[in-house]
Design a protein around this ligand. Structure first.
Ligand SMILES: Cc1cc2nc3c(=O)[nH]c(=O)nc-3n(C[C@H](O)[C@H](O)[C@H](O)COP(=O)(O)OP(=O)(O)OC[C@H]3O[C@@H](n4cnc5c(N)ncnc54)[C@H](O)[C@@H]3O)c2cc1C
Length: 539
């Protein structure tokens, strides 16, 4: 099989022209080509031209002859076979694995363990996806009825359930876990195009289906999933975790404890700290959501092709270095999406973004973020970063009048450091509504100054970004976790606490749906390796 890279074709090309382009690149005829499949399709919108850039797989009659004929041809190479090797063998164990959290990390860890015969028990503090969706949308629509155990951060599917469902990541993937994950998601109901798009996305509407499907498979293989099961405490004896204790006092023993608790489970971090579990502070980011008309972003990036049905709503990404020594960057950009309330504690406001699969809303939004390092905030408490996040979230709630509306400001007013009085042509999408104010009064000065300096720099490559009527909605504080729980690099157990596997975003090993799911898989693989050793020794 040969892999053809960077096959560029115009936006309105036909299937026949794709075929022809492949034959031209291979310098061969139809007779030599058994089949041609698309491995990946990217939109290349650089330098004012818009193309599709394909990576193709060609099954040809005589690879060696073709390669010799076109040598040297960096764009044609022998394809490296992709194949994730799922852990083999059945593992019937007396001490079952207990997984805390049913986000992407917990779910995919659970799926691998269940397929290996381990019958995992998943404990989730929130509710099942359907019931959770009613709580979340009810709160968004009404502005009251916030549920501290069933919200955008807590419940089946974890933090990504109400998201844009972007399924790409920059992590290295030598083991090919990512293509495996995408295929599993398609089997579970995700759209097939996620297998070939360079920037696949699934949308909240389809993601909920996938999450349910994975849960059902785990149960069908003998696993168990309990909702409304918050882990409040742990039992650690002789530097090994022996049990977890639920909020209702139930003690659950097990052989392995995987904590995929996400970045928002602050009470759980505090409980683990009380038990002396090692933790380190790590950098994270703070900023606000910025909204522009999607049409503006489309025409800035796609020019005359803006609005073409094959392109959809344009995504953007930027990094801007400033003289403050800090970088402002876009985070979790949602084309044709909505800004949403993403708090998990009462009396706080937190923003984030989501889209449905169609990405058809009129605004584009993204986190407009600045990096924060542990040196930026006082105190030597390992959870001081959590306190900084919380103080900004509480200030946001107060700034907007204590009603769960979010504080908002026009970008032009933010740049001039003056309060806004109302919207311009961009209508903020945040439900349950916004209060116009001055965000610069709450954010640390180093963040305000970095964002202000970044705007004209970003506008140079993303024309229109500096639109004065663009809306900033505050504040985005949960882009990543402010702590890491150190693990043994081989066994992936927590350093100093045996049988305890901190995993995913909350433990500091992932930042997004796919990387969290892949980390859950790594932990499952490590655990299965250890289980196998243990049973071989006991034989
Ligand atoms: C609104 C929003 C949009 C996002 N959009 C995207 C996107 O488009 N693409 C992307 O890649 N990422 C996105 N993210 C980030 C992504 O969702 C997270 O990176 C990912 O979900 C982390 O996975 P995880 O399994 O490590 O943790 P989580 O998904 O946070 O899951 C942790 C789970 O553990 C449960 N839990 C916590 N503590 C306990 C306890 N003590 N007892 C029992 N259960 C507990 C929680 O209820 C939760 O369900 C978004 C996040 C949000 C909030």
């Amino acid at each position: 099989m040969l892999q053809l890279s960077q096959v560029l074709l115009p936006v309105d090309h036909t299937d026949a022209s794709l075929h022809l382009a492949a034959l031209e690149l291979l310098r061969t005829s139809e007779n030599d080509l058994r089949s041609l499949t698309i491995k990946q399709r990217a939109i290349d919108a650089r330098r004012g031209h818009v193309h599709f850039s394909y990576t193709l797989l060609a099954d040809v009659t005589d690879e060696t002859r073709i390669l010799q004929k076109i040598a040297p041809a960096a764009r044609v190479q022998v394809a490296v076979p992709e194949g994730y090797h799922t852990p083999q063998g059945r593992h019937e164990v007396s001490e079952r694995p207990v997984i805390v959290g049913s986000g992407p990390c917990g779910l995919f860890c659970g799926l691998l363990l269940a397929r290996a015969g381990m019958k995992p028990l998943l404990l989730e503090r929130g509710k099942a996806a359907g019931e959770r969706a009613r709580d979340v949308t009810g709160f968004w629509n009404r502005g009251w009825g916030f549920n501290a155990e069933s919200n955008v951060q807590y419940g089946e599917g974890g933090a990504g359930t109400f998201s844009d469902g972007k399924l790409y990541t920059q992590i290295r993937d030598r083991e090919h876990r990512i293509p495996w994950l995408l295929k599993e998601m398609v089997k579970a109901g995700a759209p097939e195009d996620i297998l070939i798009k360079a920037r696949p996305h699934i949308g909240t509407d389809r993601l909920i289906k996938v999450v349910r499907h994975v849960r059902e498979e785990i149960i069908s293989l003998g696993g168990e999933v309990r909702f409304g099961a918050r882990v409040n405490d742990v039992v650690i004896e002789g530097s090994a975790m022996r049990a977890v204790v639920l909020a209702d006092g139930t003690v659950i023993e097990g052989g392995y404890f995987i904590f995929g608790i996400g970045h928002s489970s602050r009470d759980t971090f505090a409980m683990l700290k009380r038990h002396g579990v090692p933790m380190e502070r790590k950098p994270f980011s703070i900023g606000a959501r910025i909204e522009h008309p999607q049409e503006l972003i489309d025409s800035s990036l796609y020019g005359r092709w803006a609005g073409h049905e094959r392109l959809g709503s344009a995504p953007y990404k930027f990094v801007a270095h400033t003289s403050t020594g800090r970088t402002a960057y876009s985070f979790c950009m949602c084309p044709g999406g909505l800004v949403v309330a993403a708090n998990s504690e009462p009396g706080t406001v937190v923003t984030n973004g989501m889209s449905s699969y169609a990405r058809a809303e009129s605004n584009a939004n993204a986190g407009f973020m600045v990096d924060v390092s542990p040196e930026d905030y006082p105190g030597d408490d390992v959870l001081a970063g959590v306190e900084l996040q919380r103080s900004i979230e509480m200030a946001a709630f107060d700034l907007a009048g204590g009603t769960y509306k979010a504080p908002a400001q026009l970008l032009g007013d933010f740049m001039a450091r003056r309060a806004s009085n109302g919207p311009g042509k961009v209508k903020p999408s945040y439900k349950p509504g916004v209060v116009w104010t001055d965000l610069t009064t709450v954010l640390p000065e180093y963040i305000v100054e970095t964002l202000i300096q970044a705007v004209p720099r970003i506008d140079k490559s993303l024309r229109g970004f500096a639109l004065e009527e663009a809306v900033l909605t505050g504040f985005e504080t949960r882009s990543s976790c402010p702590i890491r729980i150190p693990r043994d690099p081989e066994t992936l157990e927590c350093k100093g606490v045996r049988h305890f596997y901190p995993a995913g975003e909350g433990a500091g090993y992932a930042g997004g749906i796919i990387s969290a799911a892949a980390d859950g898989m790594r932990v499952a693989e490590a655990l299965l390796g250890q289980a196998q050793k243990k049973s071989a020794m006991s034989r």
